[in-house]
Design a protein around this ligand. Structure first.
Ligand SMILES: [Zn+2]
Ligand SMILES: [Zn+2]
Ligand SMILES: [Zn+2]
Length: 200
């Protein structure tokens, strides 16, 4: 008797997605290294902060000096999602060190589900690695629909609906709108405008 599961036929698109994600982790990971750890700890120490608040539910998270650094994950964004997110310099850019707690990343509790107002897709943070830091905005990184690809100024599409940028971090960068020429972090959107959820 054969107890091994049968190989699953994976559609082409799905297989590509998996490979793409693995490449991204290698390229932009910074996961679990000493540089990331000291970057976070020194940034918080400079503000006398030993805890952070989840940007979604405001729950307090202690920051540890070893991995996992936090019961959730840190991410850098040009947006300060809550007032406790400290300003940091990364590769010459001024960014904010934001954090999301484990339960919100998981998104299993009904009141923690983060769904797009426009296409109803649930934001999925469960694939993010816990206790470390992403060098880009984790909400901007995977646009669910065309609404996420619009200029913050003129509201016209910045690219065609099937087009995507090469890296997750590309969505956290300033881009120039081809229509109105405004330069902004167009893909980084206000959470309350883009997601349905009870906000604290
Ligand atoms: Zn939370
Ligand atoms: Zn959407
Ligand atoms: Zn525009």
């Amino acid at each position: 008797m054969n107890n091994f599961p049968l190989p699953r036929i994976v559609p082409d698109g799905e297989a590509l997605t998996v490979i793409f994600i693995l490449l991204q982790i290698e390229d932009e990971g910074n996961h679990g290294n000493d540089e990331t750890r000291s970057f976070i700890l020194s940034s918080l120490a400079a503000q006398n902060q030993s805890r952070v608040n989840c940007v979604l539910c405001s729950d307090v998270m202690l920051v540890f000096d070893r991995y996992p650094l936090v019961d959730g994950t840190f991410f850098l964004s040009p947006k300060q999602y809550n007032k406790n997110a400290v300003e940091v310099k990364n590769e010459g850019r001024a960014l904010f060190l934001n954090a999301v707690c484990m339960k919100c990343l998981d998104g299993k509790d009904a009141d923690r589900k983060l769904c797009c107002r426009f296409c109803a897709t649930q934001w999925d943070g469960s694939s993010l690695i816990m206790g470390t830091m992403y060098a880009y905005d984790v909400f901007a990184a995977m646009p669910c629909c065309n609404e996420r690809l619009k200029c913050n100024g003129c509201q016209k599409a910045l690219m065609l609906s099937h087009q995507r940028l090469n890296f997750y971090s590309d969505y956290s960068r300033k881009v120039t709108c081809p229509h109105c020429t405004s330069v902004d972090y167009h893909f980084v959107k206000p959470l309350a405008v883009y997601y349905t959820r009870q906000w604290p």
